[in-house]
Design a protein around this ligand. Structure first.
Ligand code: 8X3
Length: 251
């Protein structure tokens, strides 16, 4: 209750679902994203329900902008309790020998370097206060590569390594680190992956009941509210008919 929760990529998908679930939980929210208009709409929606919301418009790939925003937080918003490193994306499903360099750079810059930037900016305050929780949105894709997943899978494997590394580095503090690893979640994820090819995106979820952003957000809120001595280190969350990144039974 009444934590300050910063969520990156809060304008859609798991980020937006998390914003709504943490709001229901009574927390104060710092929501970040690139789309100023969407952020304002979400802020209005949540404030109407009594949640205090601060929005920050920046791209996690822009470390100067991120630093300016975090360094200039109003004093009452500075003590961030929970950092949800959610901003991330997949682009393309081409074989590794045939991939698009620009897409690779976007994924690496967002999913790895953006997450690292936010960690570097927010976690020192947590260490100073000996209190805090970092929830990284990893993926089943980080456990094993699947066909065409190559670089995306590598970025999510990096999220696992960075979560594990950070957990070691803060093990002498009260800070907790969680790596959430969703499988098939029906959000805008596949539309973005396939550059707006909605038919191809819809096929990803055909014949299986996929997870929703809410399903993942529920776990994030649970982890953040577990008793202080309990660290939910890693959670793999799959649809019932998905067994791994590449084993999906469709009906
Ligand atoms: C999202 C899950 O299986 O589409 O990270 O890569 S998957």
């Amino acid at each position: 209750m009444n934590k300050i929760v910063l969520i990156t990529g809060a304008t859609s998908g798991i980020g937006l679902a998390s914003a709504r679930k943490f709001a229901e939980n009574g927390d104060k929210l710092i929501l970040t994203g690139r789309n100023a208009e969407r952020l304002t709409e979400i802020k209005d929606e949540l404030e109407n329900k009594g949640t205090q919301v601060l929005t920050l418009v920046f791209d996690v790939r822009d470390c100067t902008a991120a630093k300016t925003c975090i360094d200039n937080l109003p004093v009452e918003w500075q003590n961030i309790d929970v950092l949800v490193n959610n901003a991330g994306l997949a682009l393309g499903l081409e074989p590794e020998y045939d991939g698009v360099l620009e897409d690779w750079n976007t994924m690496i810059d967002t999913n790895i370097k953006g997450l690292l930037t936010m960690t570097r900016l927010v976690v020192p305050g947590m260490v100073k206060r000996n209190q805090g929780h970092i929830i990284n949105v990893g993926s089943v894709a980080g456990d094993a590569a699947y066909a065409g997943g190559n670089v995306y899978c590598a970025t999510k494997a990096a999220v696992k390594a960075l979560s594990d590394g950070l957990r070691i580095d803060v093990a002498n503090t009260a800070i907790r680190v969680t790596n959430l690893k969703p499988g098939l979640v029906e959000t805008n994820f596949s539309n973005i992956r396939f550059h707006g090819d909605t038919e191809r995106a819809a096929n990803v979820y055909k014949g299986i009941k996929p997870l929703t952003g809410d399903d993942i957000a529920d776990v994030a809120v649970y982890a953040a509210n577990a008793p202080e001595h309990v660290q939910i280190a890693e959670v793999l969350i799959l649809a019932t008919h998905q067994a791994s990144g590449s084993v999906i039974v469709r009906k």
